[in-house]
Design a protein around this ligand. Structure first.
Ligand code: AMP
Length: 218
């Protein structure tokens, strides 16, 4: 199964990607997670990426394409993968196509998660994240068992700098300008699946699993 999860920030792609990857035993490749890891480790790439991420703008194509190319070469991706948050621009989509063609493989499906703007802002502004294991919670919809502490690893939760109001607005603007054109790009290639992402995590996961069933090998 080789799929891409597309959609604006806050539509729940990351949460669903975690679940699908675990269920289908395929790799999850999240460029956001990879970049945050690089920022945390203070690598040269991380230091460069941080200034874009803090503002809510996109990290340059060459940087993220390099990251994904490296990941796709990893044996953990041999059985398939879920790409979360990549591609986000047409040049990234073209680069992905070239890498996959050179490996003699192709994407099975692109899932576009649809959620209203109002819900997106509510989801992102209430989101709290674990800086250590990347688990996410929501102050109202999915609070941790102990206030401010990660259920999974016990680390204090943070609000990502790009989940603050001004950065959210910027991220949505960037999405409209640079990422939304990918919907048409993949529609024209007959790969697009539109999915309502407005329900609960479980409901969305059920629909997603049904839709992806033909592509599952396990
Ligand atoms: P995410 O966790 O997917 O919302 O990503 C967080 C931030 O990482 C984004 O706002 C961008 O600054 C950066 N980022 C993640 N994926 C990409 C990508 N494919 N292209 C450019 N920047 C990205």
């Amino acid at each position: 199964m080789r799929v891409v999860f597309l959609g604006a920030p806050g539509v729940g792609k990351g949460t669903q990607a975690d679940r699908i990857a675990a269920k289908c035993l395929v790799a999850k490749i999240s460029t956001g997670d990879l970049l945050r890891e690089a920022v945390r480790d203070q690598t040269t790439l991380g230091l460069e990426a941080k200034r874009y991420m803090d503002q809510g703008s996109l990290v340059p194509d060459a940087v993220v394409i390099g990251l994904v190319r490296e990941k796709l070469a990893d044996p953990s991706c041999a059985k398939g993968f879920v790409l979360d948050g990549f591609p986000r621009t047409i040049p990234q989509a073209e680069a992905l196509g070239t890498v996959l063609t050179s490996k003699g493989i192709a994407l099975d499906r692109i899932v576009n998660f649809q959620v209203s703007r109002e819900d997106i802002v509510r989801r992102l502004s209430g989101r709290r994240s674990c800086p250590k294991c990347q688990a996410t919670f929501h102050v109202d919809f999915a609070p941790p068992k102990v206030d401010g502490i990660c259920d999974r690893c016990g680390e204090p939760l943070i609000q990502r700098s790009d989940d603050r109001r001004d950065a959210i607005e910027m991220r949505l603007k960037v999405y409209d300008e640079q990422t939304a054109p990918l919907v048409r790009y993949y529609q024209e290639r007959g790969l697009l699946l539109q999915l309502d992402g407005s329900g609960s995590v479980d409901v969305v996961f059920q629909h997603l699993s049904q839709e992806l069933a033909p592509h599952q090998v396990t």
